[in-house]
Design a protein around this ligand. Structure first.
Ligand SMILES: C[S@@+](CC[C@H](N)C(=O)[O-])C[C@H]1O[C@@H](n2cnc3c(N)ncnc32)[C@H](O)[C@@H]1O
Length: 178
């Protein structure tokens, strides 16, 4: 069976801070560019950025607008195309409602919950949204219930936490190329 779609979300609120408290992080232009480019590379249509603050949403709209409708797009049509995937959302529930997604959370930690290998997700029927955290990771107690977790990416070195941009690229490669 083939999934009808796989998209991704990057959550800035609610996430955990270093004390394990519910928190909000700032959106960085680097994440906007890298998430949209990696998504385009693996033919992922939608990248949802989750942030409730209107100022942050305006910053992303200015950035994407420059490349999609302004002079940036005249000079670099590839970037115009790539940034089409970016959509701002007030919360994850709103993103989930877009395509009645099943939610798959991600973390560097092993979770005591239903876990799926990334390579198995495309075999599962339905619309899937892979959800990434910022700060110290997803605040699951204040997020909608997930279907499960993707199994963490395990390396061979001294650290287990990847940048969120690297985690996205590795997961999509395992999902799409297996
Ligand atoms: C907590 S954020 C850290 C954000 C950091 N400020 C940055 O710029 O990347 C990292 C996110 O990437 C993902 N991630 C990082 N390492 C991972 C791993 N080893 N396995 C699975 N997901 C991972 C998770 O979604 C996690 O919430």
């Amino acid at each position: 069976m083939i999934a009808s779609r796989i998209d991704v979300a990057l959550v800035h609120c609610p996430v955990l801070n270093r004390k394990g408290e519910c928190s909000t992080t700032a959106i960085t232009p680097m994440d906007v560019h890298d998430f949209s480019r990696t998504a385009a590379f693996y033919d992922v249509e939608h990248v949802y950025l989750v942030h409730p603050a209107k100022g942050m949403q305006s910053m992303v709209e200015d950035l994407t607008g420059y490349w999609q409708h302004g002079e940036g797009g005249e000079r670099n049509q590839g970037r115009r195309e790539v940034l089409k995937s970016i959509q701002m959302m007030d919360n994850l529930e709103a993103a989930q409602a877009r395509h009645d997604y099943q939610l798959w959370f991600t973390s560097a930690q092993d979770m005591d919950a239903m876990t799926v290998l990334p390579a198995d997700l495309p075999k599962m029927l339905g619309n899937h949204l892979i959800v990434f955290g910022t700060g110290w990771g997803l605040d699951v107690e204040n997020l909608p219930k997930a279907n499960g977790w993707l199994s963490p990416i395990v390396g061979i070195g001294k650290v287990r936490h990847l940048s969120v941009r690297a985690a996205l690229a590795i997961y999509l490669d395992r999902l799409c190329m297996s």
